[in-house]
Design a protein around this ligand. Structure first.
Ligand SMILES: [Zn+2]
Length: 436
């Protein structure tokens, strides 16, 4: 019997060893696969004032996440808190795991490894009226916007607090929430934020002769600031960047929200594979109802159509509810109309590509009427030549300024523009219907 057992063991050995090797190799491969597939939480950024805070959680790649608001729990000395669980994720070693905020809305943001597969980011809340959580892509990030009303005492207290992190100097003190814009009446516009597209490591579109979108947008935005300040003496005009620096799209919106801007205008130059493509177009945040609009948004967002669909799922309800959509489309219509008529007066071959909705990341969850204008095509040789000429840029600046003034003065969109807009909005609703 022992002899027989030895023989059987001997006979089995090669199979067992082979099996062991196979299993070992599989486990090695699996762990290598997990290592590359695992999402890292690489950063937590925030901007805040006493009535608005944006927290952005940067991830190394796309991940599933869920969020939940927890009630205050005095028994364990825990405040009200909002947590976000990120699946299949680990904390990056260099990540700061606890960030004190203390702006009246949030006490702090904390991140921890909840279990071996889940990172939990917790926002400890002082006061909260509304919150929104949505992702943006490429790089993948989760944006958490918190809004609230704080008591005067808290505002005063907060003024004494250290200056807000990551925000440019000279932040305006918090103001009371503005009333919703009315039509037919001049609007009180205290602050306008102008956003020169791209910058730093991101040049945007580049013309055949080397002109870069980031340089054109900065030049136009600086000129626009000067022109607007000349016309609207009581209005403060703020640029999201005043030099050649890179600013993520989520930060540009955060600046506008934090400054409690009344209007937000993002300046861009278009590009197309078709070198003959030309014209001006103005966008507001909505579904794209034509392929061209989707292409422009895709290029400006550095995102694929599928990625933009992912984001749209999160902001769908807000898009329908938002009163800013109609206001933004009115502002866009005024700017498009004046930009076009100004350029047409002095230049030949100026074409209108219309006022359109599209899911531009830079416009997502901005708290004011917001538009993005594509002033010409850098891929078009004639446009590129014109964009080097200050006289051409001055006409663009004049056009945008006049459009903003028409909006600020509460002028109504003309009948023709309105018909166009109604058709446009009808088609947007049709499109949304199909999507459901
Ligand atoms: Zn651009």
């Amino acid at each position: 019997m022992p002899e027989e057992f030895k023989i059987r063991l001997f006979a089995m050995a090669p199979t067992a060893v082979r099996l062991f090797i196979v299993l070992f190799v599989i486990s090695l491969n699996t762990s290598a696969y997990c290592a590359t597939e695992r999402t890292e939480v690489v950063g937590i950024r925030h901007w805040s004032n006493p009535s608005y805070t944006r927290v952005v959680v940067d991830l190394s790649r796309k991940a599933d996440f869920k969020y939940h608001l927890l009630k205050k729990d005095p028994s364990i000395n825990k405040p009200r808190r909002l947590y976000i669980d990120i699946k299949g994720a680990a904390l990056a070693k260099a990540l700061t795991k606890s960030i004190p905020i203390g702006d009246g809305l949030l006490k702090s943001v904390r991140a921890g490894q909840y279990d071996k597969d889940t990172v939990r980011v917790v926002l400890d809340i002082e006061t909260l009226e509304e919150y929104k959580v949505f992702p943006l892509t490429n790089p993948y990030r989760i944006v958490i916007d918190i809004t609230g009303k704080v008591s005067e005492g808290k505002v005063a207290e907060s003024k004494k607090a250290p200056p807000e992190k990551k925000s440019p100097p000279g932040t305006a003190p918090p103001e009371k929430p503005k009333p919703p814009p009315a039509t037919g009446k001049a609007l009180k516009v205290k602050t306008i934020v102008i956003d020169p597209g791209h910058g730093g490591k991101d040049p945007g579109a580049i013309g055949k002769r080397g002109l870069k979108e980031k340089d054109v947008t900065l030049k136009v935005s600086r000129m626009l600031k000067k022109e607007l300040e000349g016309k609207l003496k009581l209005t403060k005009v703020i640029l999201t960047r005043s030099k050649d620096v890179y600013i993520p799209l989520d930060e540009r919106t955060a600046i506008a929200n934090m400054k409690r801007a009344d209007l937000f205008v993002s300046v861009h130059v278009n590009a197309s594979v078709n070198r003959k493509a030309t014209g001006v177009e103005t966008y507001y945040l909505d579904y794209a109802h034509d392929k061209e609009a989707m292409k422009v948004a895709s290029r400006e967002n550095f995102a694929s159509t599928e990625e933009m669909d992912d984001v749209l799922q999160f902001i769908l309800k807000d898009l329908r509810r938002s009163g800013n959509r109609i206001e933004s489309s009115n502002l866009a219509t005024h700017i498009q109309t004046k930009l076009l008529s100004n350029l047409k007066r002095k230049y030949r071959g100026i074409k209108s590509n219309g006022v359109k909705g599209a899911p531009f990341y830079v416009l997502v969850n901005s708290n004011m009427p917001s538009i993005l204008v594509e002033i010409s095509f850098l891929s078009n040789p004639r446009d590129e030549k014109r964009l080097r000429d200050e006289k051409y840029l001055a006409e663009i600046v004049k056009g945008i300024t006049e459009g903003i003034l028409r909006y600020v003065n509460g002028e109504k969109v003309s009948r023709l523009e309105k018909v166009d807009e109604r058709n446009h909005i009808a088609s947007v609703f049709e499109y949304s219907g199909v999507r459901q």
